[in-house]
Design a protein around this ligand. Structure first.
Ligand code: NA7
Length: 540
């Protein structure tokens, strides 16, 4: 087939294939097109949005401040959009991504409703053949995944699930037409970030809400509010500086990070600081208060105890409060949720909390859910049970590198990457926010922009040097995996059973997957690697 031969009007041989139309895929397509590459782009959803296309449950939204939860690469895009709230909801973020896609005319580049079902590397020709669910095969020099970190929904294998007579929905695959909870008996399984966003809203609509909790969560108020005209004007004026701060900060956020440890101040000062930031709301409460909360167990305990007290104050029934109080893992070692009245929701007469540690789920029955103690009649079950995080979205693509080995096979004992963007034996495969990069440990658009720009520069370099392939060396990959683990081991994070550790998926290896050395440090390191002619990579 000649290079320009086309199938159904679209090329079957291109320079690059991009998978995904969320924040990452949209920007990647834009950059590659600007560079003059031919490309195809596939998206399993029916439109742009990625996470925000799928996660339409009540209360879904970003926990990063809106003005940084967006692109910074184009002044025109920045100045042409106004956020209405401090933390944007799903619908507003989706509107924003539609706005970007339309402004940059990105939609025609995509085949929507088209899942990629496999990709195989042809060693002789140094090309990827990408297959889609429509049976189409496209050849490309570069394969770029922009599939997100939390896009592979995890529904637990509870016996009897298929016999349930009511409705059942996973938060990450929510019906576009919405779910009417009015007058319904609703069960929510899970108490992670998604559930904590959804529960207060569902409780206000449903006749009865039963929350099935396996692990109690710490949660901090989000302090969400409308942005007034003055604040919007200030943000428009200062946004360049704010975004620059994000780029070099440890978690891609514009907070003022403290240089103090929790024990550099006395108890009263610490209490005052926690309370002040609690009133302000947001992640800053944890990440802007003291620098040692994630590395020093005793420091962490001061923050954990503060939240436990807040839960006791918020929940009227002491027996319910006791069930809600997290114990046994340091605060923020599972992803810290932000909420709007989550704990107070348990004061409502129509809300019940079931502690699954006392009474585990046995099965789903046609009329509801049965635990070891009793059967709960339900009309709707909401699975807020999370995702096969970080590796799941990649391994399910069926990507085969050299010798036909899949990513899943290569990563059987945990993900192995170099810089979280590449992996040995998979030449010319680039993974935007892959495992081993900072990704989910902070503000995603900050991570995404850095990766997209690094990948675009790398491809430009390869083309300028007429190189056919790039691939990390085994040694560089080995050293990176060790480095990622070493950094994680210096923190408290590996102690929790979190999705960062793969601990939420039965049988998944227990490995801390993201890079925890900080966004700024990581950005600098990636820039150095590129400046040293892609140190650690073999370029042929
Ligand atoms: P999470 O944070 O993984 O939360 C999933 C919740 O579901 C969590 O409370 C789990 O309990 C619970 N869960 C999972 N499987 C089961 C079973 N089999 N039985 C009972 N309970 C279960 O997912 P979210 O969607 O809330 O958030 C994901 C990320 O999206 C979030 O962190 C943000 O970054 C955006 P567990 O704690 O594992 O005991």
């Amino acid at each position: 087939m000649s290079v320009n031969e086309k199938v159904g009007g679209k090329a079957a041989q291109v320079d690059a294939v991009v998978i995904g139309a969320g924040f990452a895929g949209l920007y990647m397509v834009h950059r590659l097109r600007e560079m003059g590459l031919s490309l195809r782009a596939f998206e399993r959803g029916g439109g742009v949005g990625g996470t925000w296309y799928w996660n339409r449950y009540p209360g879904a939204g970003s926990d990063s401040e809106s003005w940084v939860y967006s692109y910074s690469f184009s002044d025109e895009l920045v100045q042409g959009w106004q956020w209405s709230r401090r933390f944007p909801g799903q619908a507003e973020i989706l509107r924003y991504l539609e706005y970007v896609a339309d402004k940059l005319d990105l939609k025609p580049a995509f085949d929507f409703d088209t899942a990629v079902t496999g990709a195989a590397y042809d060693e002789q020709r140094a090309l990827w053949t990408v297959e889609t669910e429509t049976g189409e095969r496209v050849e490309a020099r570069y394969l770029i995944t922009a599939v997100g970190c939390l896009s592979s929904a995890q529904v637990p294998a509870i016996p009897g699930k298929d016999r349930f007579q009511g409705e059942q929905h996973h938060t990450g695959a929510w019906p576009h037409e919405g779910v009417d909870f009015t007058g319904k008996r609703v069960g929510v399984i899970g108490t992670g970030s998604s559930a904590i966003q959804a529960i207060p809203i569902i409780a206000r609509q449903a006749a009865r809400l039963t929350v099935f909790q396996r692990t109690p969560q710490f949660s901090v108020p989000n302090g969400n509010r409308d942005l007034g005209p003055e604040e919007q004007a200030r943000l428009r004026r200062d946004i360049k500086q704010i975004r620059e701060t994000c780029k070099w900060s440890s978690i891609g956020q514009p907070y003022e990070f403290s240089n103090q440890g929790a024990f550099d101040v006395d108890d009263a000062q610490r209490e005052h600081q926690y309370e002040a930031l609690w009133q302000k709301g947001g992640f800053e409460w944890m990440f802007g208060s003291y620098k040692d909360l994630l590395v020093n167990e005793d420091a962490n305990a001061t923050a954990a105890e503060f939240v436990r007290r807040k839960i006791r104050e918020a929940v009227r029934d002491p027996a319910v409060a006791r069930k809600l109080i997290p114990q046994g893992y340091p605060i923020a070692t599972k992803r810290l949720p932000l909420d709007a009245g989550y704990f107070e929701t348990y004061n409502r007469d129509n809300v019940e909390l079931v502690d699954l540690r006392e009474s585990p789920i046995q099965e789903i029955v046609p009329e509801g859910l049965r635990t070891a103690d009793k059967t709960y009649p339900l009309d709707i079950i909401v699975f807020a049970t999370g995702f096969d995080a970080l590796t799941g979205p990649l391994t399910r693509l069926g990507i085969r590198g050299r010798d036909g080995v899949t990513l899943g096979e290569k990563w059987a004992a945990g993900p192995r990457t170099y810089l979280g963007v590449s992996t040995a034996n998979f030449p010319n495969l680039f993974m935007i926010t892959g495992p081993g990069s900072p990704s989910v440990l902070g503000n995603m658009p900050t991570s995404i922009e850095q990766h997209v720009e690094w990948i675009a520069d790398c491809i430009a370099y390869l083309r300028a040097h007429k190189a056919a392939t790039i691939e990390p060396t085994r040694d560089a990959e080995e050293a990176w995996v060790e480095h990622v683990n070493e950094l994680a081991d210096k923190t408290l994070l590996p102690r929790a059973d979190s999705w960062y550790m793969g601990a939420n998926i039965p049988g998944k290896p227990r490995v801390f997957m993201p890079y925890i050395g900080g966004f700024g440090a990581y950005r600098k390191l990636c820039a150095e690697v590129a400046a040293e002619r892609y140190r650690g990579f073999a370029i042929v």
